[in-house]
Write a protein that binds this ligand. Sequence first.
Ligand SMILES: Nc1ncnc2c1ncn2[C@@H]1O[C@H](COP(=O)(O)OP(=O)(O)OP(=O)(O)O)[C@@H](O)[C@H]1O
Length: 270
Amino acid sequence: MTEPLLSLANVSKTFRGRSAFRPAAETHAVQDVSLEVAPGETVALVGESGSGKSTLSRLALRLTDVTSGRIIFDGNDVTRVRGRGLRTLRRELSVVFQDPYTSLNPRQTVARIVSGPLRNHGLPRDQKTLIDLITSVGLEPEHLDRYPHQFSGGQRQRIGIARALATQPRMIIADEPVSALDVSIRAQILNLLGDLRDERGLALLVVSHDLAVVRGIADRVAVMQNGRLVESGPVEQIYADPKDPYTRSLLAAVPVPDPHRRSRPLPTST
Ligand SMILES: Nc1ncnc2c1ncn2[C@@H]1O[C@H](COP(=O)(O)OP(=O)(O)OP(=O)(O)O)[C@@H](O)[C@H]1O
């Protein structure tokens, strides 16, 4: 089997004292989770709100520290990495945030936003590089001079994806990448992520509360409930033969497509 690019082994995260009323309260946000993502593979992390999905992605990105367990990215221990190693992790493992309305600085042009990671890593940020980035997500070179408020939600998420691609990462973690978007354009953004993955051999970890969202893009699905991984397997197996009652309840919430509805070709850029 291929060596995993990202590997989590028995990872747990406990938060202490968030509530003003119960300062000593503990939240076991992630409990004993083991999960692997191979190079070029797409794994969907699915579960309802509060199940620990975002915490798990933040742990992998080293935006927060584990309470216990090990996280290895490309052979390096993410839980201990610092200095130059942490910079390498930031370059090779990118993130696309949920809300394209709050995750882009409204005072910066698209060129400045997309070149941010290049600036942080001291990488070349010439015009050709920026044009390549913006056109790779289906936008136009002239969009580089505009500001976020001049774009639709779907276009803003494309800008967020261009920023995530800037450092040519090996993997992207997309945290609810379409949940803030209009239903009609979700498929386009997911298709874009899938196409970029195929072109660039990227690994993807797609976090979603919605099993329907990840069906078309994921190779494997991991289902989380109350901080624990309750089931994982190839996407078609999870759909056809879910073992865990919680997975079945998530599937029951997925609308069945109407076979009589005519599909229309989607516009390329939203
Ligand atoms: N910084 C924090 N301090 C204290 N508790 C936290 C913190 N971050 C998350 N939690 C708690 O950890 C649990 C898991 O939250 P998390 O955000 O990871 O879940 P999620 O599945 O991503 O849900 P959502 O989709 O709503 O973000 C929740 O009970 C949450 O309140």
